[in-house]
Design a protein. Structure first.
Length: 94
């Protein structure tokens, strides 16, 4: 992912990720957040689509989830949070 894009939260250290974020309007409540992408860019091993209903924006809600999934799949563990507090779950954000 290039610096400055809305999908920056899906970045994975040492791996080039490709993706697109989006926000789908919802006339019945909060907008739906989505991210679709794949990694590594030059030799894809994983493709993902994350859709979070009633969550807001794709770059702030769906992309971080995709980043965690990329890390877990490609490295076998989540590395962005090593030595830090546990990341919030969706239930905690409601």
């Amino acid at each position: 992912m290039e610096p400055g894009g809305t999908g920056g939260a899906a970045r994975v250290a040492g791996i080039q990720v490709a993706g697109k974020t989006g926000t789908a309007q919802n006339p019945h409540g909060k907008d739906h957040a989505w991210f679709i992408g794949f990694a590594p860019y030059d030799n894809p091993k994983i493709a993902i689509c994350v859709l979070v209903e009633n969550a807001g924006f794709g770059g702030t809600e769906a992309a971080p989830i995709a980043g965690l999934c990329f890390e877990r799949f490609l490295y076998g563990k989540v590395i962005r949070n090593e030595g830090k507090t546990k990341p919030p779950t969706i239930a905690q954000n409601r």
